[in-house]
Ligand binder design. Structure first.
Ligand code: HEC
Ligand code: HEC
Ligand code: HEC
Ligand code: HEC
Ligand code: HEC
Length: 364
């Protein structure tokens, strides 16, 4: 009887001190207050961070969008691998595998801009050395140096969260890494422009932040943003991003001449934009006959490298001369379209087009 009692007392004591020391180890190793949370593992920093897949247990929709975005491939994609000489150039890693935007190479950052903005343009973000395949991951944009998951809302959650609405709803967050685009964008806002990166590249959604059962039943819908981060989500909004127009069309002497006027009316940065990778905008002008066959065509490309990008508000006039000697088709249409394309032209995203019917007198 006495023996038994003593024994279980020791056991309880041992168990208790084991828990205490695990808690102490967690506390020291991560430097964060972890004990009062249901899921302390979700906000651990460094190698202890469980990875973005873990977030998908509750934030199912957001995870699925992110995993399809190029942010999730920013380390593994072939172009990055090749251009860093198989990951040898360490200074390239900060933006492609960030530990968190709240930490620069010289350490945890303080709130410089008053919106919780850390390092910005003066310093490189600290790169991580674990879970590299996740690229620009959930912790990269959300895990603060105080071990909270920051976002635009407040709410009840099984991990510590922190409301930082201003940071998450403004372009400054994206500008931490998209520095060249941000410079173009600042010229746009100085001219009175107001759209944020999020508005065009993260479509607005009204939904619950989590989708797992049964917990989602306890949560209300909120105004949020899909994590698609792509040019396609911008283009799908079908705003008049780019204006294409034919002008001074002239048909005479066995030729058709004229202009295509391209105006960047509504994109908040240049087209194309960005500093790295292959970025080409292609203008295609086609002359078609009454059966839809292409009789003549002309291409014109825009590149950052050649400084031929089209800045916000800028207009470019491209002229064409289609020589029609020896052709006797019934000319019917002039068409122009603008694409974002890649090196082998396999990927073509059209974001503006214009069509003009030629009158019968324009036959040769
Ligand atoms: C066990 C479920 C669960 C897991 C796993 C989880 N979360 Fe959450 N998270 C929640 C709940 C619940 C909320 C609050 C929802 C609400 O307020 O409607 C939340 C809120 C958030 C917020 C705050 C959003 C805002 O604006 O208020 C962020 C950011 C966040 N989670 C990020 C993450 C990240 C990153 C991970 C992975 C490391 C993760 N969460 C894993 C359940 C979870
Ligand atoms: C931690 C750095 C970082 C932050 C913060 C960041 N990005 Fe990115 N973003 C990248 C990198 C790196 C790539 C290139 C991915 C690749 O290798 O293809 C990229 C690519 C993109 C692309 C190009 C997709 C494509 O199809 O080529 C878009 C659009 C984009 N980001 C939008 C945003 C928006 C909007 C924000 C702010 C909400 C943002 N990014 C914040 C690093 C970042
Ligand atoms: C008014 C809408 C709008 C806003 C605001 C906007 N973009 Fe874009 N963005 C577009 C459109 C349309 C494209 C497609 C044209 C292109 O690919 O060049 C694009 C393309 C891009 C691309 C290139 C994607 C690719 O595949 O080449 C990146 C990167 C990008 N935007 C980042 C940003 C960042 C960062 C911000 C904020 C500083 C921002 N955008 C603000 C509309 C917008
Ligand atoms: C490139 C930066 C970036 C990455 C990567 C990122 N987020 Fe976000 N996240 C944002 C921004 C910006 C918002 C604010 C959107 C808004 O205005 O509602 C946001 C909002 C949220 C919210 C609040 C709901 C909402 O739509 O506002 C949750 C929850 C969240 N993110 C979870 C995640 C999870 C989980 C991952 C990884 C699968 C992730 N985020 C990856 C930038 C990012
Ligand atoms: C300041 C942040 C930052 C740093 C540092 C950085 N990148 Fe990037 N990288 C980006 C962003 C943002 C994009 C998305 C498009 C753009 O702006 O060019 C990108 C895109 C790319 C792409 C295009 C991937 C694709 O899908 O086509 C390549 C390749 C690339 N970077 C290589 C590099 C190399 C090589 C270095 C080092 C010399 C480097 N990056 C350093 C932010 C960065």
């Amino acid at each position: 009887m006495i023996m038994k009692h003593k024994h279980s007392g020791t056991k309880t004591f041992l168990r208790f001190s084991a828990i205490l020391s695990i808690a102490a180890i967690l506390f020291i190793s991560a430097g964060c207050k972890l004990i009062e949370n249901l899921h302390p593992e979700l906000v651990q920093r460094g190698e202890e961070f469980p990875g973005s897949k873990e977030c998908s247990k509750c934030h199912i929709d957001i995870y699925n969008e992110w995993v399809e975005s190029s942010h999730s491939n920013s380390y593994t994609n072939e172009a990055f691998k090749v251009s860093t000489n198989n990951y040898e150039f360490k200074f390239c890693l900060g933006c492609h595998v960030p530990e968190t935007i709240f930490k620069s190479q010289s350490g945890d950052s303080t709130d410089k801009a008053g919106v919780g903005l850390p390092t910005l343009n003066d310093e490189e973000i600290a790169a991580r050395s674990y879970k590299l395949a996740d690229g620009v991951d959930c912790q990269g944009c959300h895990l603060t140096t105080d071990c909270t998951l920051a976002g635009p809302h407040s709410g009840v959650s099984p991990h510590p969260t922190e409301k930082r609405e201003e940071l998450y709803r403004t372009s400054a967050l994206c500008g931490i890494c998209h520095r060249d685009t941000m410079e173009e964008y600042l010229a746009y806002t100085e001219g009175g422009g107001e759209a944020t990166c999020q508005e065009c590249h993260m479509p607005a959604v009204n939904r619950k932040l989590i989708q797992n059962e049964p917990w989602q039943k306890l949560h209300a819908r909120k105004e949020g943003k899909a994590h698609t981060f792509s040019r396609l989500s911008a283009i799908k909004k079908k705003r008049d991003f780019i204006e294409l127009e034919f002008s001074e069309i002239d048909n005479g002497n066995y030729q058709i001449t004229g202009n295509v006027e391209i105006t960047n009316t509504n994109v908040s940065h240049s087209i194309p934009t960005g500093k790295y990778g292959y970025r080409e905008i292609l203008l295609l002008i086609n002359l078609k006959d009454n059966l839809g066959a292409i009789i003549k065509s002309k291409q014109e490309s825009m590149f950052m490298e050649l400084n031929t990008q089209l800045n916000p508000g800028e207009k470019r006039i491209v002229n064409f001369i289609f020589d029609l000697k020896g052709k006797n088709s019934v000319l019917k249409w002039l068409e122009a379209s603008l694409f974002r394309t890649n090196f082998d032209r396999a990927d073509r995203t059209e974001f503006a087009s214009v069509k003009m019917e030629l009158d019968q007198s324009m036959k040769d």
